[in-house]
Design a protein around this ligand. Structure first.
Ligand code: MLT
Length: 205
């Protein structure tokens, strides 16, 4: 099944947690390589490209015709992404439960959605500018999950209310959550990376 998947893999130290890179809208499987190498120099890296293209931009799930999130596409593509991660992990001898997600925007949203629907096997992640994609009524405990998540006060894509809803959902599910907020937009900033790096150093094997 992974024959048609656009992915990036780089081997690393077997003792280090693999980094799972999930790009933002319009991104590619290797977009976050420089960032991942900066944050976790010796880790194996796996990046997977979302398989949808909307108005020329790669994505992990579709919008509806009226601009909302297409929840059927979201469910379908989450299943696809998680199955693809499993297959590539097996192929490259990586343990999914040891992976640390490095997700930006659309990719971070997928990881958060996978956790909040209790489908994710990975247990840690750096979510750069994530948002909550839907209401989650019953989330089983995620008390073994550690997440660092960032938000910009002047982000035109992720509202303060949405980020708050996301952090509330994660907190309610007992995630060990670290939040970075600053007066920044949707782009990743140096202080944000410094904070993520500091967090990662505490949890990386
Ligand atoms: C999404 O579609 O996941 C969000 O709007 C963020 C993005 O545009 O990537």
């Amino acid at each position: 099944m992974t024959d048609n998947v656009n992915y990036y893999f780089k081997a690393g130290a077997a003792t280090k947690a693999p980094i799972l890179m999930l790009h933002g809208t319009g991104g590619y499987e290797d977009d976050l390589v420089t960032l991942a190498q900066q944050l976790a120099p010796d880790s194996p890296l796996l990046g997977i490209r979302g398989r949808l293209v909307e108005q020329g931009s790669t994505r992990y799930f579709a919008h509806t015709t009226t601009g909302g999130f297409d929840l059927d596409s979201l469910a379908r593509e989450t299943t696809w992404l998680l199955a693809t991660i499993d297959e590539l992990a097996e192929k490259h001898d990586l343990e999914v439960s040891k992976m640390i997600v490095l997700g930006y925007s659309n990719g971070a949203n997928m990881a958060a959605h996978a956790w909040l629907t209790n489908q994710a096997k990975f247990k840690a992640g750096i979510l750069l500018h994530p948002m909550q994609l839907m209401q989650y009524s019953s989330v089983a405990s995620l008390n073994d999950v550690k997440i660092w998540a960032s938000h910009g006060h002047i982000d035109p894509i992720v509202s303060a209310a949405n980020f708050q809803a996301l952090t509330q959902s994660l907190t309610k599910a007992q995630v060990d959550l670290t939040i970075f907020e600053a007066n920044q937009s949707h782009a990743i900033s140096p202080p944000e990376l410094a904070s993520a790096q500091q967090w990662l150093q505490q949890i990386i094997a």
